[in-house]
Design a protein around this ligand. Sequence first.
Ligand SMILES: [Zn+2]
Ligand SMILES: [Zn+2]
Ligand SMILES: [Zn+2]
Length: 317
Amino acid sequence: MNELRKDYLLDRWVIIASDRGKRPTDFVRKEIEEKPGFCYFCPGNEHTTPPEISRVEEGGKWIIRCFPNKYPATTTECGEIRENLLTKMPAYGRHEVVAETPNHGQHLDELSVDHLVKVLDMYSSRIKELKKDEKIRYVMVFKNQGKEAGASLDHSHTQIIALSVVPPLVKAETEAARKYGAERGSCPFCDIWRSEKDSERLIFEDENTIAFTPYASRFPFEAWIMPKRHVRTLEELSDLEKKSFAEMLKKILRRLHMSLNKPPYNFWLHHSPEDGDLHLHLELAPRLSSFAGMEYGSEVVINVIPPETAAFHYKQR
Ligand SMILES: [Zn+2]
Ligand SMILES: [Zn+2]
Ligand SMILES: [Zn+2]
């Protein structure tokens, strides 16, 4: 039986279409050839990116590098924010790139846990720095892996976009969390992980971090990773929690990578806006299906892989 499921908090609906008879193995990706060519992000080509913002070095060479996006979506060069009847304003902000590895073709799950911790530290320090600009209301951290997920360059990288507005989805989650808190006196995300811990949707957990497939998953093999403690930002994670978070991310991406042959994916971080209290979490969205008329026109998403099947699949091998 196909099921209509609602998101834990948002007015967001998904049809879990298990009747379509799709199996996880239907999503194993065929081998694709990566064409060799010039790479702007490879060591030796640093001069081809805009001037570097920050780097992490090991043995005199960079292992993580942050620089402005050459074609930024947001920029600080557009003067004051103005509003008129059409809410026309400059796309104020900053747009940066983090190359998480110097090695072309290396995927995030192939980095050591220590290296991944340093990647999280880079995200965290950039968020902190970008938030110093009082016009910045939110810093979005996201990754596009693979062409189908929107990556225009093969070399693994994360994007950071600082915005003068809190994005609607973050706003909706924060507002729903506030409402839930006012009614029940607890954080919904703290309650969500406690209830998913004993469900078929649990993937992995340790003392500090949990990963599960959300009840109303919109993407086949969607997974959420969150610290168990109520933490608002990456910066608030203790060293132990950060290491555990990095381990969990590596483990989940590794399973995804191995079982479906390096599928394209996006992930993004949701953290508290300045004036809100949102439990930090990472949402991983493998891009194995595409949104079409139904999804764009109604925002009701059809997902052919039940999250319970996806969680089971993550736990295999
Ligand atoms: Zn490269
Ligand atoms: Zn919480
Ligand atoms: Zn979220």
